[in-house]
Design a protein. Structure first.
Length: 278
């Protein structure tokens, strides 16, 4: 006790080796009040002090600019997207929740708007159209960039790019969709169209409509693509029979069916041609 008193006397202020519980509680209460005020549209913070997450945001930006995207985790990249959507809030908890909910970063930026709006973490949500659009525009821009790598280019010479695009466009779709990739005589991709959308395990496909659209575009060949929302790209018996019907209809007008791709999840796919089903 005597040593403690002597030490205290040598300092310009009382020694406090352990933070006072009441003071810590007051600080936390102040932070909670600031967050609540921000939710309701108020300021809630001392204009002379930065919120606790400001330095964190600056560190993320600096790491990204200095070392690139590989230096950041998926949720950290998503945080940077959310900075614009929620400029006055700590968005790390929400970023982590979004990744957990939708499986990966691509799943988040392509998630349905209503599902994005319904998630909240520590009082922060994507409740506004502006916030939802900020997230989804990332997915839309990335998909457009992938499409531009294959459109108006010889498809058979850039097959992996085509697979990457189809996987990005369809792997996370909650229902089946049937996509047609139309090629000219040089096997250049001239059109990319979703012909039909179906249910979780079925899409109605009409061979006559496939051929009709090919003739309208003066296409010489077509690649059929559809997804399996279950994630398993194994063709079903119905897939095989439907493909045979389209091939028969195409042969009647001299249209070549190069392949039928079934897109699963995790980069998995099945090629009818490679499986000798075509």
């Amino acid at each position: 006790m005597e040593d403690a008193g002597l030490a205290a006397g040598l300092l310009p202020f009382p020694a406090t080796p352990v933070p006072d519980a009441g003071a810590v509680a007051s600080v936390r209460s102040a932070e909670d009040a600031e967050r609540a005020a921000t939710d309701s549209g108020g300021g809630g913070e001392d204009p002379g002090e930065d919120p606790h997450y400001v330095d964190h945001r600056e560190r993320l930006r600096r790491r990204f600019l200095d070392r690139g995207a590989d230096a950041l985790e998926d949720y950290e990249l998503l945080e940077m997207v959310l900075f614009a959507a929620s400029p006055r809030r700590d968005v790390k908890p929400l970023a982590k929740l979004l990744i957990r909910t939708f499986g990966d970063l691509w799943g988040v930026v392509n998630a349905p708007p209503e599902r994005l709006r319904g998630l909240k973490a520590e009082g922060v949500s994507l409740g506004t159209d502006n916030a939802v659009a900020t997230v989804r525009i990332v997915g839309a821009a990335a998909l457009r960039a992938l499409q531009q790598r294959v459109i108006d280019r010889p498809v058979l010479a850039s097959w992996q790019a085509l697979l990457d695009y189809c996987s990005a466009a369809m792997a996370h779709e909650p229902t089946e969709q049937f996509r047609l990739l139309f090629l000219d005589r040089k096997n250049t991709l001239i059109a990319d169209e979703v012909q039909q959308r179906g249910t979780i395990d079925h899409t109605p496909v009409y061979p006559r409509e496939v051929v009709k659209r090919a003739l309208e575009l003066s296409a010489a060949a077509v690649i059929l693509v559809h997804n399996h929302p279950s994630g398993d790209p194994t063709p079903s018996r119905a897939d095989i029979e439907m493909t045979k019907e389209i091939v028969r209809a195409a042969n009647a007008v001299g249209l070549i069916v190069h392949d039928h791709l079934v897109i699963g999840k995790g980069g998995r796919h099945t090629s009818f041609k490679s499986q000798r089903l075509l």
